[in-house]
Design a protein around this ligand. Structure first.
Ligand SMILES: Nc1ncnc2c1ncn2[C@@H]1O[C@H](COP(=O)(O)OP(=O)(O)OP(=O)(O)O)[C@@H](O)[C@H]1O
Length: 591
């Protein structure tokens, strides 16, 4: 609660006005007996404390006023037992407490310093006491007023600290649409200093602003997407507008808004794909793979469109992710659209979004497309060869103008998105057959990257096997240390039509099946095992043919030894082998 000291100048004006009219001196004291205002001899004492405070135990006059809350009249200070020291030459006094909310916050006193003044006081003592009570009430009201004002100031200070600290832009307008408040975030989003905004009309700042409707109807709304400005500087905002009602009529509107791209980016960070993928996560030691990685990391820095070609499962998506995460867009969304997996009827709205009422079942308020969701980041258009012709035209427009138009709408939304497309199909042949637009092909093929199939880089197989073995052992909580030699051979010779994806699946299968400490041929998928056994079978036949031939040759010569036409030593020499080897072979073949 504020003290009387806070209204010192008002109290002084009151004291002087009273003295001027009544021709006696006036003294006003706070609850701790500090002299707040005074006339005559008291004027010099303002700010000091009344002499009475030096007699704290005595029930002197002012202490009694404060304790009892009553008014007192002192007819003769020198003889009054409660008056205390008459140190200024007082001859008479009327004093009255100043109440505020059941508490006494001070005293107001009329003091006589000569006989004439004393008479004047005592003659009209009743009226003067009532008068003092009114003055006391006036002073107390002023203190209350000051208190409300300082509370208001405090609240308003807190409120503006809150407004300044939030990330949302805030703009408030009065009933005439004049901007009365705005915060730092609003200055940043709108791109104008607050001095320019305050006092100007919202319509001038934001033509066709939705806030004008709220002023008219008194109906606010939450989280509605609105466009601010004109392309190319147009901004896509998420706005909440709340009317300020007074006597059931809108007296103003407060709008809070955020940049849609930031909202999405936040949503992406909180809920979306977080997997960061770097080039070092793309495993392999082949020169071919190293070359593609080198090219990809070079192009990552720019924002040109990339077209990744390669058979299914070669790692096209992996490369797209690595490019995004090595690029300056790494903290923005990486959005994937598989053009081959989404039904043609849905693909358009998936890519470009739709407006409310665009078709039956369209969501209220419409929905943003993947291009908008990727704002500031990268969109990965997988299986681009499957994009229907009519969407190829639309995509071409988006790539040329960097703007999207939602299905069923006429708003044009600027987008800043890097495009990485991928396909396993032969786009040149498709162009020749008229299935793929040539102009789009050239737009996409700015930076081509070709990932060779696994069978053309067999050096990568062993390292990939070990990489996936570690991955699935930790996922499945298994302790398998490696592969049997046969399994390596089987994997290296297999033709891998499904590329790395097939290899990954094969290792996952084997880790699941294997009960021992190393992966054996029995645990690998049958198609890989059988393919290997067939190869091994072919090898075995050749070996056995050689053995048979060797056997036949040896048998023929042994006949000569039996005939006595040749000795064993001569035969060994003739065949170019040692006598010991000859004996071993005779024994081995049972000759
Ligand atoms: N070099 C590599 N190192 C580690 N993992 C890889 C590698 N190449 C591919 N993979 C893995 O193989 C699987 C298939 O890769 P990805 O999906 O990138 O292939 P894709 O070419 O995009 O396939 P599709 O054309 O069928 O979409 C993924 O699980 C990926 O993590």
């Amino acid at each position: 609660m504020l003290s009387l000291c806070t209204i010192g100048s008002t109290a002084q004006q009151v004291a002087e006005a009273i003295s001027a009219v009544l021709e006696v001196e006036t003294e006003i004291l706070a609850g701790d007996l500090t002299i707040v205002a005074g006339t005559g001899k008291y004027r010099e004492l303002i700010g000091s404390r009344d002499e009475e405070v030096n007699y704290p135990d005595a029930s002197y006059l002012y202490t009694r006023v404060l304790k009892t809350g009553r008014a007192f009249v002192v007819e003769d200070p020198g003889r009054d037992p409660f008056y205390g020291p008459v140190y200024l030459g007082e001859t008479g006094e009327i004093c009255c407490p100043i109440h505020r909310d059941n508490r006494i916050i001070g005293i107001i006193a009329l003091v006589a310093f000569n006989e004439e003044q004393r008479k004047r006081l005592l003659q009209k003592r009743e009226q003067l006491q009532t008068f003092l009570q009114h003055m006391a009430f006036l002073l107390a009201s002023r203190v209350a007023e000051m208190e409300s004002y300082s509370q208001l100031e405090l609240t308003s200070g807190k409120l503006s600290a809150v407004l300044e600290s939030i990330h949302e832009g805030i703009i408030a307008v009065d009933r005439d649409g004049m901007i009365t408040h705005c915060n730092r975030a609003a200055e940043k989003l709108v791109g104008k200093p607050r001095e320019e905004m305050l006092g100007s009309r919202i319509d001038d700042l934001w033509p066709d602003s939705p806030l004008t409707d709220v002023l008219l109807t008194g109906q606010g709304y939450r989280d509605r997407e609105e466009l601010y400005g004109r392309p190319p500087e147009q901004m896509h905002l998420l706005v909440t507008a709340t009317p300020i009602m007074q006597n059931s009529r809108p007296a103003g509107v407060v709008a809070s808004f955020r940049n849609m791209a930031e909202v999405r980016s936040l949503a992406y960070q909180l809920t979306g794909e977080q997997r960061r993928l770097e080039f070092e996560h793309i495993k392999g030691i082949s020169n071919q793979l190293a070359e593609v990685k080198k090219q990809a990391s070079k192009v990552a820095q720019g924002s040109s469109t990339v077209l990744i070609r390669g058979e299914s499962g070669t790692g096209k998506e992996l490369f797209a992710r690595a490019i995004h995460h090595a690029s300056p867009r790494r903290d923005r969304p990486f959005v994937i659209v598989n053009c081959g997996a989404i039904p043609e009827t849905l693909l358009e709205s998936e890519l470009f979004g739709y407006e409310e009422g665009a078709f039956t079942g369209a969501r209220r308020g419409g929905r943003a497309g993947k291009f908008e969701l990727a704002e500031g980041g990268t969109i990965f258009l997988d299986e681009i060869g499957d994009l229907p012709l009519h969407l190829q035209v639309k995509l071409l427009h988006v790539l040329q103008r960097r703007q999207v138009e939602r299905v069923g709408g006429n708003k044009v939304i600027s987008v800043n998105v890097r495009v990485i497309a991928a396909t396993h199909r032969n786009l040149e042949e498709m162009c020749a057959r008229g299935e793929f637009r040539e102009d789009l092909y050239y737009r996409l093929n700015v930076i081509p990257l070709e990932i060779p199939p696994l069978r053309e880089r067999r050096e990568d197989i062993e390292i990939l096997m070990e990489h996936f073995l570690n991955k699935y052992c930790s996922l499945l909580d298994k302790r398998i240390t490696g592969f049997e030699q046969d399994v390596y051979q089987a994997f290296i010779t297999y033709h891998w039509p499904g590329n790395v994806r097939e290899l990954e699946n094969a290792v996952e299968y084997a880790v699941n099946m294997e009960a021992g400490p190393v992966i054996t041929l029995d645990s690998v998928p049958a198609r890989i095992r059988n393919s290997w056994l067939r190869e091994e079978g072919a090898e075995a036949t050749l070996k056995s043919q050689l053995i048979n031939t060797e056997k036949e040759i040896l048998a023929a010569y042994l006949q000569k030894i039996q005939d006595g036409t040749m000795t064993r030593g001569q035969l060994a020499k003739l065949l170019g082998i040692s006598r010991i080897t000859l004996y071993r072979k005779i024994k081995e073949y049972g000759l």
